[in-house]
Design a binder for this molecule. Sequence first.
Ligand code: AMP
Length: 413
Amino acid sequence: MANNEFQSLQGMSDIQAPEIFLWQMMEERARAVFNSYSYDELRTPILEKLSVFQRSLGDTTDVVKKEMYSFKPSKHELAMRPEGTAGTMRHLAGRGEEGLNARVFYIGPMFRYERPQAGRKRQFHQVGVEATGEPNPLADAEAIALQKSLLDAWGLTGSKIQVSTRGEPSDRQPVADGLRAALQPHLSDLCDDCQRRIDENVLRVIDCKNENCQKVVDQVPSAIEFMSDASRAYLDQVIHALENMGVEVTVNPKLIRGLDYYVHTVWEISHSALGAQDALAGGGRYEISLGKKSVPGVGFAVGFERAIMALNACGIEGEQFAPDCGLWLVSLGESALTENMKLAAELRSKGIRCGMELAAKSMKAQMRKANRSGAAKVIIRGDEEIEKGTVMVKDMAEGTQEEINLEELIRDA
Ligand code: AMP
């Protein structure tokens, strides 16, 4: 008990300095990139009615079936959001016409009751976008280009974009029938889960990680081959538009993406530094029905934790984005303490990071704290300096000390 008392829950982390500086950089740059593509931020609640997720994500997905944190405090069953699209769509559907032509992004925590491991957490963070309306391959290509711009802005290199298609809703049945018929002769070579999935949700067989299942999948036609010409033409247009923008992608017909709401383009970005959980981001075009409305859109989500693992592998660390350590004020005596409170307020109003000891402590104790703060310069004041209107400035790296006028310090700070 004693040991666990101060630990966060399994699969959920406290994020602190210096790693937090990386998060801050990523959030700041993400906002700038989204703004440049004319997206506005949307913050939806973490809790929604469970039905919001069931309706959007589909009842048969793992996320809804097994991974939701849900509870029933009163009349409605509630759930903590496992992803950002469903809540965003619930919001946009409520905005009427305007919501059907919106471009929004979100940044925040998501919750899935999964088995925690490297790169897989129960509370994780996503940054994502949704653009509604425009059922047009150019919108899909633009969303993929935006996602690439985001990774570039973070300084992340070495990621790989794989694109595929789920086709139109009318392709679902021919795809399922075609795949089932093609897989049937190999049934005994499939894993136990896939033997069940072949009837329940045959697409899941295609992206099963089991080696034997993959061997079988390699021998049968891909889902795309059972789709209509129009669906294949749509994918070609997306690829063409991406080529035009100089965004490199690979077509991978085995890429499925589990959620029911996808139509046409789906994509995933992976990074070799991530090991088994190599998906860094995913996205796709969807049709989400909310009540009587069907909202078309395209969107993606990037996982922060995985992006950080990839950034770290590229040598990008939180320390590089640490704020300037600023100044530390040392007060020798009661009146210096009072005067330094005023000085600190003035420096802080100029945006300077400024720390000080608030109790009357010895010079030695205060210098120890100043050192720990990492401040490059320490400002020392006692009765004598107050009398003269000066301060002693100690350069911590050089170990040198000089006396300057207080006005000069404020002016040049
Ligand atoms: P998904 O909504 O499942 O398509 O996930 C989109 C992205 O969110 C993934 O590519 C991961 O980067 C991230 N992600 C999803 N689930 C988790 C998790 N349990 N832990 C950490 N990151 C996750």
